[in-house]
Design a protein around this ligand. Structure first.
Ligand code: 5GP
Length: 185
């Protein structure tokens, strides 16, 4: 039996990836969203094991060393990675897996698994992205600047993706994502 699909959702910070994925899973919980590890500290309201597994640099390095991460990247001063075992277990049990990750990680997944479906979530405009990043109020000025700098490069990478969904309306975007999750290869 072939593994269930792997769907990589990527796009610049602030574009609304988490909101779109959460909305898609609320409509249809038959896919599984991977929980990443990160060295970033938790934001208000974020929960261990739900939003992320929060680890220190040493623990993260150990996971790399033991080949426990499917992909990992450094983003705006922190490290983020996808625990391999849970993804493999879900896929072999027939559950489609969604990864919500940044672009360097998406590229690694593509290299290691050419069957992965890469979906880029794009903002309706640069201005909207900027307003969302500043408006959500979760980051310091310095962190916002780092994320906006990264976003320029990230937007330029969208041509590498199999599908581009413009997040003008969360519900519409979430439905398009679900259509891709269930589309046969
Ligand atoms: P945030 O700090 O806003 O939660 O995440 C920053 C960026 O890291 C976002 O683009 C998010 O999608 C990405 N990210 C989250 N988890 C992972 C992961 O496991 N691997 C990679 N490569 N990026 C991740």
């Amino acid at each position: 039996m072939t593994d269930a699909p792997l769907i990589v959702v990527s796009g610049p910070s602030g574009v609304g990836k988490s909101t779109v994925v959460a909305s898609a899973l609320a409509k249809d919980p038959s896919a599984w969203l991977s929980v990443s590890v990160t060295t970033r500290g938790p934001r208000d309201g974020e929960k261990e094991g739900v939003n992320y597994f929060f680890v220190d640099e040493h623990q993260f390095a150990e996971m790399i060393e033991h080949n426990q991460l499917l992909e990992w990247a450094e983003f705006a001063g922190n490290r983020y990675g996808t625990p391999r075992a849970a993804v493999e277990a879900q896929r072999s049990a027939g559950t489609p897996v969604i990864l919500e990750i940044e672009i360097q990680g998406a590229r690694q997944v593509r290299t290691n698994d050419p069957t992965a479906k890469l979906v880029f979530i794009a903002p309706p405009s640069w201005q909207v992205l900027q307003e969302r990043l500043v408006g959500r109020g979760t980051e310091s000025q310095k962190a916002i600047a780092a994320r906006l700098a990264a976003a320029e490069t990230e937007l330029a990478a969208q041509a590498e993706f199999d599908h581009v969904l413009v997040n003008a309306d969360v519900e519409v975007c979430a439905q398009s994502l679900l259509d891709l999750v269930h589309q046969r290869r």
